[in-house]
Design a protein around this ligand. Structure first.
Ligand SMILES: N[C@@H](CCC(=O)N[C@@H](CS)C(=O)NCC(=O)O)C(=O)O
Length: 200
């Protein structure tokens, strides 16, 4: 059995979906969290000099998207066939598009511009994103299960975690009904519920 280390900073950021995915998989992992000074010392030894990294036995895997897919494939959280995996990829892509807007607004230095970007996200971008998700859900078993197939996947985990994290930056509108129910389903998924109850 390989041993797993999720290496990131002491925050949710790009590391949390990976922690959640391994938790759902029921796979133990070491949760390594660097503080900035420690990170600067070890940074040159890491591939791509960035975090997160997943260490599987001795091997380092960089890039959060690649790590998530790796974990998904390794533990049956990445669809049962090509169509389902592609459905998951579509959601990961739509989520990437949305997150880019949030990151741009977060790092905008000009206050007036930042407020404008934030307003556009809250009034338009997030609504478009949620509508995309709602439609995808409705097309799968009437929207009463998970995004793809008949079990939880990295798409459900990522969407839940990302919508949770963006509330630090933007005010979310009410969720459309199927998406709201999906978020509750993920939040109360037994392994996730247990993890969230212990999370700092
Ligand atoms: N595309 C990469 C981006 C990774 C990234 O930007 N990592 C940041 C933290 S979220 C980082 O390592 N910052 C510290 C540094 O560059 O020294 C991914 O998705 O993993």
């Amino acid at each position: 059995m390989p041993t797993y280390k999720v290496i990131y900073f002491d925050s949710k950021g790009r590391g949390e979906t990976i922690r959640l995915a391994l938790t759902v998989a029921g796979q133990d992992f070491e949760d390594v969290r660097y503080v900035k000074e420690e990170w600067e010392k070890v940074k040159p030894t890491f591939p791509q000099k960035q975090l997160p990294c997943l260490q599987v036995d001795g091997r380092y895997i960089p890039q959060s998207g690649a790590i998530m897919r790796y974990v998904g494939r390794a533990f049956g959280l990445y669809g049962a066939n090509n169509d389902e995996s592609t459905g998951i990829d579509v959601i990961l892509g739509a989520t990437d598009d949305f997150v880019k807007h949030v990151i741009t607004a977060t790092y905008e230095k000009d206050d007036a511009k930042k407020a404008e970007l934030k307003k556009d996200i809250e009034q338009s971008k997030v609504v478009q994103y949620m509508d995309i998700l709602e439609e995808i859900l409705k097309e799968n078993n009437g929207g009463d299960g998970f995004f793809v197939g008949d079990k939880i996947s990295v798409a459900d985990i990522l969407v839940f975690d990302m919508l949770d994290q963006v509330t630090a930056m933007i005010t979310l509108p009410a969720f459309p009904p199927k998406l709201g129910a999906l978020i509750d389903r993920v939040k109360t998924y037994p392994k996730i519920k247990e993890y969230l109850a212990k999370r700092k």
